[in-house]
Design a protein around this ligand. Structure first.
Ligand code: SF4
Ligand code: SF4
Length: 400
C-alpha cells in the first residue's frame, strides 16, 4: 500500500483553484467554483410543527448579520462564488438588514443568487430589492393547497398572505420587465398532504411557479412527527400517485422533482425519454432565460466546452475511489460564526470563527484541509460521511 501524499496548502483562493482545477482536476476550470450557503440570521417568524425551531432549546438570542459583516467575511470569496444561497436553516426575510445586504451583494454579479423563504414576510420593499438586485431563484415553502392544512403545520403563517405575496412579486416582475427571480416551490411531503399534491400543482401553475421540489419529512427528535412520515408501508398509494403527478406537472410546464417511488417499475422507453426530455427543456429554459449577464454566460459556455474536451485526460489524475467534492467547493456559514463543508458534518468538523475573520482562512485552513486529505486518500471517513445521503452519488470520476 502506498503512503498518502500530503495535499499542498495555499495562501490565496486563486492559487487553490488553479491547483484543484488544473493540476488535480477535482474542480471545473471556471473560476466561479464556490457554493456558499449563508444564513443572514438565526431566527424565524414561524414555528412549524416539524421544525427544530419549535423547541424552546433552539430559541436563543437573535443574531443578525449586517452587510458590513458579510463583506468582511466573504469579500475574497464572493468573486469566486458561483452559487450563493441566502438561508440554510432560518428565515432570511426576518433580517432587518435584508434589503441592504442584497444591494451590497449586487456588484459581485453572482451567477446563481438564490433565496429560500417561507414567503410570509415578503413586503413591497423586499420584493423590489429581490427583483432589482438580481436574485435568480426564489424558493418558497408551501406544503398544502388549502388554508387549514397549511396553517396547521406552519404555525404563525397565514395562507392568504403567502399567496398574495407571491402574486404581488409576479405582478411587480411583469411591471419591471424582469424574468427573474424564477419561482420554485418547496413541499415537505406528509401523510396529511399526500391527497392534495395534484391541487398543489394547480396552485403552482396559478402562481407562475417554474419548478416544484418535494422532499420527505425527516422527523426531528422531540417533535413527535414520526406518524406524518411517508414510509415503505405507504408504498402503494405513494407509488400510484407519483408517476401520474410527474406527467401532470409536465403537462402544466412545471418541472417536478420528487422522491422516487418505493417500488419503481422496470424502465420503459418513455421512462428513459422523460429525464432526457426534461434535461433538454431545462437547458432550453436556461438559454432562453439567460439569467446571467451575457459575458458570464459566454464564460460559462467556454469553460463548459473546455472541461468537456479535457474530460478523458482529467479523469486520469483523479483518485479511482468515489469521493465527495463538498470539502473542495462548499461553505455553510451561520450568523453565530460557524462554518463547515456540508450540512451533515457534526461539531468535530465545524470551524468557529470570530467576527473579524475572513472566511478565506477557514476555507484554506486546517479542518477543510483535513477533510480534503481524507477524500483524496479514500478514508478513513468521518462517521457522518459513512451514512451520508449524498455520498454514494458523489463520484467525481463520473462528474468531471
Ligand atoms: S419557516 Fe422554515 S425555518 Fe421557519 S420554522 Fe418553518 S421550517 Fe423552520
Ligand atoms: S460525504 Fe456527505 S457528510 Fe461527508 S463531506 Fe460529503 S456531503 Fe458531507
Amino acid at each position: 500500500m502506498t503512503a498518502p501524499v500530503p495535499i499542498p496548502r495555499f495562501d490565496t483562493i486563486s492559487d487553490y483553484h488553479r491547483y484543484w482545477s488544473v493540476c488535480v482536476p477535482v474542480l471545473s476550470i471556471n473560476p466561479r467554483f464556490l457554493h456558499i450557503a449563508l444564513d443572514l440570521c438565526n431566527t424565524c417568524n414561524l414555528r412549524c410543527s416539524f421544525c427544530y425551531l419549535s423547541l424552546p432549546a433552539f430559541r436563543g438570542k437573535a443574531i443578525f448579520l449586517t452587510a458590513e459583516s458579510i463583506h468582511r467575511h466573504l469579500q475574497h470569496l464572493l468573486p469566486f462564488t458561483r452559487r450563493l444561497c441566502l438561508s440554510c436553516g432560518y428565515e432570511p426575510l426576518a433580517s432587518p438588514h435584508f434589503t441592504e445586504i442584497l444591494s451590497s451583494l449586487a456588484p459581485y454579479h453572482i451567477p446563481q443568487l438564490d433565496l429560500v423563504t417561507n414567503a410570509t414576510l415578503l413586503s413591497e420593499d423586499k420584493i423590489e430589492a429581490i427583483i432589482k438586485n438580481g436574485v435568480q431563484t426564489l424558493r418558497f415553502s408551501l406544503d398544502a393547497a388549502d388554508k387549514t392544512t397549511y396553517e396547521s403545520m406552519r404555525h404563525g403563517a397565514c395562507f392568504e398572505t403567502v399567496i398574495a405575496n407571491i402574486k404581488r412579486l409576479a405582478v411587480r416582475k411583469k411591471e419591471l420587465g424582469s424574468r427573474t427571480p424564477s419561482l420554485a416551490m418547496i413541499v415537505v411531503l406528509m401523510q396529511s398532504t399526500l391527497h392534495q399534491l395534484k391541487d398543489l400543482v394547480d396552485l403552482a401553475k396559478e402562481l407562475g411557479v417554474a419548478s416544484i421540489t418535494m422532499q420527505h419529512l425527516i422527523p426531528f427528535p422531540g417533535l413527535h412527527m414520526e406518524a406524518q412520515v411517508i414510509t415503505e408501508k405507504d408504498a402503494a398509494p405513494y407509488d400510484a400517485l407519483i408517476g401520474p403527478l410527474h406527467e401532470y406537472a409536465q403537462k402544466n410546464r412545471i418541472f417536478l422533482s420528487a422522491p422516487n417511488p418505493f417500488h419503481p417499475n422496470p424502465p420503459r422507453l418513455d421512462g428513459w425519454l422523460l429525464p432526457l426530455r426534461s434535461r433538454a427543456s431545462r437547458l432550453c429554459q436556461a438559454i432562453v432565460n439567460a439569467q446571467m449577464n451575457p459575458s458570464q454566460n459566454m464564460q460559462d459556455i467556454t469553460y463548459g466546452i473546455i472541461n468537456h474536451g479535457l474530460r478523458l485526460v482529467r479523469r486520469a489524475y483523479c483518485p479511482a475511489h468515489p469521493f465527495c467534492r463538498n470539502p473542495f467547493n462548499y461553505i455553510i456559514m451561520t450568523p453565530e460564526g460557524r462554518a463547515k463543508a456540508c450540512p451533515y458534518l457534526d461539531d468535530a468538523w465545524l470551524k468557529v470563527f470570530d467576527s473579524g475573520m475572513p472566511l478565506t482562512s477557514v476555507f484554506l485552513g486546517d479542518e477543510y484541509q483535513a477533510l480534503r486529505q481524507i477524500m483524496m486518500d479514500g478514508g478513513p471517513h468521518p462517521a457522518p460521511c459513512l451514512k451520508c445521503p449524498d455520498c454514494q452519488l458523489l463520484n467525481t470520476k463520473k462528474r468531471i
